[in-house]
Design a protein around this ligand. Structure first.
Ligand code: DQA
Length: 146
């Protein structure tokens, strides 16, 4: 398998920069992508970065990752709290997933405290802003180096 990572972003994350900046900050998704690409390059890994507002598309990307990439950094956005289908896609794909959230979901509304994804993720990072994506990429980089 190639040393390729997928970074997948769910709904509304295309609005970063203008979306509730007091919660999500001023960085745009393009800024997060550039940061992820630099971090992956420093780890010697290739990276594909995507965002969708369509749950079926996200599920297909997760299926297609099977046997093709060494890990997925996933910010499922609101699907974290609603989607059994995304959780099942992760189980079916058998690709390690690190769940990332920009905000600390546990400091927020009660409905954000439950994640359907966490039980099938290898780990969860939340509340560290875009640095959470970097830490997840670095973790996969360390694993790849053994
Ligand atoms: C989020 C947290 C979710 O609760 C929310 O629905 C999002 C973004 C985050 O990155 O903090 O869309 O995943």
């Amino acid at each position: 398998m190639s040393l390729t990572l997928l970074v997948l972003n769910g709904p509304n994350l295309n609005m970063l920069g203008t979306r509730e900046p007091s919660v999500y900050g001023h960085e745009t998704l393009a800024d997060v992508q550039a940061l992820c690409e630099r971090t992956a390059a420093a780890q010697g890994m290739a990276l594909e970065f995507r965002q969708t507002n369509h749950e079926g598309e996200m599920i297909e990307w997760i299926h297609q990752a099977r046997g093709r990439v060494s890990g997925i950094v996933l910010n499922p956005g609101a699907w974290t709290h609603t989607s059994v289908a995304i959780r099942d896609a992760i189980s079916a794909a058998e690709v390690p997933v690190i769940e990332v959230h920009l905000s600390n979901v546990h400091k927020r509304e009660a409905f954000r405290h439950h994640s359907y994804v966490s039980p099938v993720a290898v780990g969860v990072i939340c509340g560290l802003g875009s640095n959470g994506y970097c830490l997840a990429i670095e973790h996969f980089g360390h694993l790849a180096k053994g």
